[in-house]
Design a protein around this ligand. Structure first.
Ligand code: TXA
Ligand code: MG
Length: 346
């Protein structure tokens, strides 16, 4: 299949809408990451997303709307706390899970009785949804397991030949996926951290639990509340280890590791801006140490760059887990397959 590259023009947005309306797949920009969209109400169209991505069948999709009025058809009912969240954060990078209505195909909810809904803030995304005339189911537009794409080139790299079109809307603003919160549990629960932080959610909800899978690895046999969080994910081809501790400790750690290990060949550091001059490895940077927003914007691009530069082994500086930093750490932890070490102080 030839994959069209569409532009952010009225004509091409209408074209994307037609393809989606007739059951095709189009990768679309959003303010978080590129999404691989299909008509959310057409089970057969949604099934093609799983094939194109190589996505496990048990991992449900987010449904994207362009007007708040479209929400009520998708869910059983909208409780007061959901309305308050929508009022505070929509349109924007927040996904809200509620019990689903009868029109949601099983392919979308992957057999669960809930549905995740998001009202994106990017204008182009909403225009595409309007042009399609239906809500759009869209996971991130990467091949399953790879870092989510944050520009049209990365999307094309993964999806060329697999889908009908990619619409180029430029670089994504946030660069990590939306915050996912479920209101289908007795106490609201954060399933995936993103640009809307736990502190901001607590201000509106009063109470919020953080799912165990957010900052750790689920034990074998424990059922994941958010199926997507149980997989190794967002990974470059290289083997990644997060090294906690000071910059000095990091430098000593990688010096020791790489001298024992093949003379440091193809070992890279994923570090903060300005640290390149003291780290004795090839470096790819992902923002300043105290700037979580820039880190979230650059992390997935940095992971792809490591692949492009042929990295086989990556030592990553550990980000802060405060605020948006929780989302950055959550993604990096999965890219590292949960491999974290602490550099000793001597
Ligand atoms: O920012 C985003 O959310 C992007 C853009 C394209 O909107 N989309 C995205 O979708 O990241 P995806 O499929 O890559 O991640 C959706 C996450 C997965 O971890 C999935 O398991 C979880 O949300 N999820 C979806 N529906 C769910 C449900 N009903 N219950 C629990 N988790 C759900
Ligand atoms: Mg994804």
């Amino acid at each position: 299949m030839e994959t069209l590259l569409l532009q952010n023009t009225k004509k091409d947005i209408l074209r994307a809408g037609e393809i989606l309306h007739s059951g095709g797949l189009v990768a679309i920009p959003t303010e978080t990451v590129y999404g691989l969209a299909a008509n959310a109400l057409d089970g057969a169209a949604v099934a093609k997303i799983f094939t194109a991505k190589g996505r496990p069948q048990d991992n449900p999709l987010i449904v994207h709307i362009s007007h708040i009025e479209q929400w009520s058809r998708l869910v059983e009912s909208i409780p007061e706390n959901a309305k308050a969240l929508a009022q505070a954060f929509w349109p924007g990078p927040l996904t809200i899970i509620l019990p689903k209505s009868g029109i949601i195909p099983d392919e979308v909810s992957a057999g669960l009785d809930t549905v995740a809904v998001r009202f994106p803030s990017m204008r182009t995304t909403r225009r595409i949804i309007d042009a399609a005339g239906v809500p759009l189911a869209a996971p991130s537009a990467n091949l399953s397991g790879s870092p989510s794409p944050t520009c049209a080139r990365h999307t094309m790299d993964d999806m060329r030949g697999r889908i009908d079109a990619v619409l180029d809307g430029g670089e994504c603003n946030f660069g990590v996926e939306s915050t996912v919160v479920t209101l289908a549990t007795p106490v609201p629960r954060l399933l995936r951290p993103g640009a809307v932080t736990p502190e901001e959610l607590r201000e509106v909800l009063g109470e919020l639990e953080i799912d165990d899978a957010v900052l750790g690895q689920l034990k074998e046999g424990v059922q994941a509340a958010s199926p997507g969080m149980k997989y190794k994910h967002y990974s470059p081809k290289a083997e990644v280890t997060i090294v906690k501790g000071s910059l000095d400790g990091f430098v000593r750690h990688v010096t020791r590791e790489t001298s024992e290990n093949d003379g440091g060949k193809n070992a890279f550091a994923l570090c903060f801006d300005g640290e390149e001059c003291v780290i004795p490895l090839h470096c790819v940077t992902y923002g300043k140490q105290d700037d979580s927003l820039t880190q979230s914007h650059r992390l997935f691009t940095a992971l792809r760059e490591l692949d492009e530069q042929g990295a086989e082994r990556v030592y990553a500086r550990c980000p802060s887990t405060e605020g948006v930093g929780m989302a950055v750490y959550n993604r990096l932890l999965r890219a590292a397959g949960f491999s974290v070490v602490t550099a000793s102080n001597e």
